[in-house]
Design a protein around this ligand. Structure first.
Ligand SMILES: Nc1ncnc2c1ncn2[C@@H]1O[C@H](COP(=O)(O)OP(=O)(O)O)[C@@H](O)[C@H]1O
Ligand SMILES: [Mg+2]
Length: 283
């Protein structure tokens, strides 16, 4: 998985072109019975990943009357369905802000975010809650509930909602898919960082998201474990066709993503021109 070929990379104008197609024939059958899970996919019957179109996105934080931070400064971006986009850039450049705006955790000051047919910035409260349910979030610090088992952490994400699947059996199947069969009843404190992140990925998947937003998902992991988490995310793109955006400092991710964008001071910029960085211009 790690050795997948590079696809098109830095496209700073937001005009990336899709190269990834192999996952599209792969929208595997609905599998809610964990006994049926014999291969690493708990795919939904649903369509492939979401298309994300961002135009003129701006977000400012007024720290004091004199000091304003512009965390997003006119971002234009096209994310193709079923692609992995790495969002790179120095600390404080606006990576998390971009993911939070797309995930409707935060509201922009200007601009539009269109996810498939939904114009996110105009949604009312109830519609926003439904929109967020279609997104899987993965965080650097896993954000698991410490008193809940792995299985209950996964089901918790959909507990308040009616679903067309059995929550526990789908959660168990997802835990198996992320390599945690047999650990359903473990508390987070009994799991390694990499295992906790696997639980968090299973939790992100349970609502059948068309878009996964991962904010430095390997930032707390050693490089070997980070590579395993990256392989897991690549597998999800290939088997589920889900669209994935990853804010990252991890060169492995930037190298392997279908598209890499670079952010500086809230603007999409060409990557570093020189240096050993793998996050640089296309070959
Ligand atoms: N809630 C907030 N209040 C004030 N400033 C914020 C807030 N969130 C982010 N910022 C500022 O916005 C800028 C971009 O932050 P962020 O998106 O977290 O960057 P990154 O994820 O690339 O490290 C930073 O200068 C940060 O301090
Ligand atoms: Mg961040």
């Amino acid at each position: 998985m790690i050795g997948l070929p590079r696809r098109n990379r830095t496209q700073p104008t937001g005009t990336q072109h899709p190269h990834h197609t192999e996952g599209e024939d792969n929208a595997a059958a609905l599998v809610d019975d964990p006994a049926q899970v014999s291969h690493p996919s708990v795919a939904s019957e649903g369509p492939a990943g979401a298309r994300v179109v961002v135009r003129g996105l701006a977000k400012r934080y007024q720290l004091t009357p004199e000091v304003t931070i512009t965390a997003a400064d006119g971002i234009d971006l096209d994310v193709e369905p079923g692609q992995i986009t790495a969002v790179t850039g120095p600390s404080g450049s606006g990576k998390s802000t971009l993911l939070h705006l797309i995930g409707a955790i935060d509201r922009p000051d200007a601009g539009t975010i269109t996810v498939d047919d939904t114009e996110v910035t105009t949604l009312t409260r109830g519609a926003l809650a439904r929109y967020r349910r279609g997104i899987g979030f993965v965080f650097q610090r896993y954000n698991l509930l410490p008193a809940l088992t792995a299985l209950d952490n996964v089901t918790a994400a959909v507990l308040p909602y009616p679903t067309d699947f059995d929550k526990k059996s789908r959660a168990a199947a997802l835990l198996a898919q992320v390599g945690l069969a047999g650990r359903e009843n473990s508390l987070p404190s009994r799991l390694s960082g990499g295992q906790q992140q696997r639980v968090a990925i299973a939790r992100a998947l349970i609502g059948r998201p068309r878009l996964i937003l991962a904010d430095e998902p390997t930032g707390n992991l050693d490089s070997h474990t980070g590579a395993e988490i990256l392989a897991l995310l690549l597998g999800l793109r290939d088997t589920e066709g889900v669209t994935i955006m990853i804010a990252t400092h991890d060169h492995q991710i930037a190298d392997t993503a279908d598209t890499t964008i670079h952010i500086t001071d809230g603007q999409i910029t060409p990557g570093p021109v020189t240096g050993a960085s793998a996050i640089d211009t296309a070959p």
